[in-house]
Design a protein around this ligand. Structure first.
Ligand code: SF4
Length: 306
C-alpha cells in the first residue's frame, strides 16, 4: 500500500516496470451488442455517441497511429516512458477472434507498449474469446476490463445494460479460470440506489477479490438518454461531499489487495451536464484522501469478507 491509503494502480505499475507507465485509449472501431453494428442504437442510459467516456482518442486512425499520437501526449504531459494500449470505447471483444488478434497485435507491435487492457461487456466473451485473451495474458501484461456498474439487477435493468449480474458472475468466473487480471467498472450515484445498495456492491467486489476496480461517479452527458432524464428533472446527481463520503466508505469495504484504477469520473467539459464539480478531478481526489485520513480509514479497513 502507498501513502494514498489505497492500493493505487499507478504505483503498482511503477514498481512493476521501474518507471512511469500510462494507458493510451484506443478506439478499435468495434461496436457493442447494445449499440448495434452501426453504433446508432441508444444502448445503456449513460452511453454517449463515442461509446461511453473515452476522450482524447484519435478516432478513425489505425490502432498503431492512435497509439503513436497518444504516446506524444503522455510523454509531454506525464513524462511517461512506457504504455499500455487500452481498447476502451464500446466492446472490444465484439468481433471474430482473428480480427481481435490482428488489432491486439498491432497495438503490441508499437514501440514502448508493454501491455494491453481490453474493455468489454460481460455478455461479449464467448469461450473462444477467453482462450484468445488467455493467450495475451501469457504473452504480455494484460488486463480484462469488465463493465458491471452495479450488482443489483433492478439497476442494470433501469440502465438498459442488457445483461444481469448472473451474466457478470459467469464471465468473471471464466476469466478467473483463465487466470486473467480482471478490473471491474462500477458507478456510484446511480438512480434508485441507496448508500447500502452501493456498499453492497463494494462487499461483493471484496468477496470476489477482484484484481482491479474502477470507481466511476455517475456523470450526465448531453446527448445521452440519461441527459434527457436529467433535463426533465427525473434524476439527480450526488454533491461532492456526499460522493467523497460514499467513496471513502466504498474503499474501506474493498479487499486490501484490489488495485484501485479510478476514483471518480470526468466527462468532456463541453458535454458534461452534471455534476460540474467533477471537472476538478484533482480536487475530488484530494478530498477523498483527506476524508480517509480524517476518518482513519484505508482500503480494506471495513472489509466484510468472512
Ligand atoms: S456497453 Fe458500453 S458501449 Fe455498449 S451501450 Fe453500454 S456503455 Fe455503451
Amino acid at each position: 500500500m502507498n501513502d494514498k491509503r489505497y492500493n493505487l494502480f499507478s504505483s503498482h505499475l511503477k514498481a512493476l516496470f521501474g518507471g512511469r507507465v500510462h494507458k493510451i485509449s484506443v478506439d478499435a472501431g468495434l461496436s457493442c451488442p447494445n449499440r448495434g453494428a452501426t453504433r446508432l442504437r441508444p444502448g445503456c442510459l449513460f452511453c454517449d455517441p463515442g461509446g461511453s467516456g473515452a476522450v482524447g482518442i484519435a478516432r478513425g486512425a489505425q490502432v498503431a497511429e492512435q497509439i503513436e499520437q497518444g504516446k506524444e501526449v503522455m510523454r509531454r504531459k506525464y513524462k511517461a516512458q512506457r504504455f499500455i494500449a487500452y481498447f476502451q470505447p464500446f466492446s472490444n471483444t465484439a468481433a471474430p477472434v482473428d480480427d481481435l488478434r490482428r488489432l491486439y497485435d498491432e497495438a503490441l507491435g508499437v514501440e514502448d507498449v508493454v501491455g494491453l487492457a481490453v474493455g468489454t461487456r460481460p455478455d461479449c466473451c464467448p469461450p473462444e474469446v477467453f482462450e484468445l485473451l488467455a493467450e495475451y495474458h501469457r504473452r504480455t501484461y494484460f488486463w480484462l476490463e469488465l463493465g458491471l456498474q452495479s450488482i443489483h439487477d433492478r439497476t442494470l435493468e433501469f440502465l438498459r445494460r442488457g445483461h444481469d449480474y448472473a451474466c457478470f458472475r459467469e464471465a468473471f468466473a471464466r476469466a478467473r479460470e483463465q487466470g486473467l487480471n480482471v478490473c471491474v467498472h462500477v458507478i456510484l450515484g446511480l438512480p434508485g440506489e441507496s448508500r447500502e445498495d452501493m456498499l453492497a456492491t463494494a462487499d461483493e467486489m471484496a468477496r470476489l477479490q477482484v484484481d482491479g476496480i474502477k470507481i466511476h461517479l455517475l456523470h450526465v452527458l448531453d446527448g445521452t438518454p440519461l441527459g434527457e432524464l436529467y433535463r426533465r428533472g427525473e434524476i439527480a446527481v450526488l454533491s461532492q461531499d456526499d460522493y467523497v463520503q460514499l467513496v471513502t466508505d466504498f474503499i474501506a469495504r474493498l479487499h486490501p489487495r484490489t488495485l484501485v484504477q479510478r476514483l471518480t469520473g470526468d466527462g468532456p467539459r463541453d458535454r458534461l451536464l452534471a455534476p460540474r464539480w467533477s471537472l476538478k478531478k484533482w480536487e475530488v481526489i484530494n478530498a477523498i484522501d483527506d476524508a480517509l485520513k480524517q476518518r482513519n480509514m484505508r482500503q480494506g479497513s471495513d472489509c466484510r469478507l468472512s
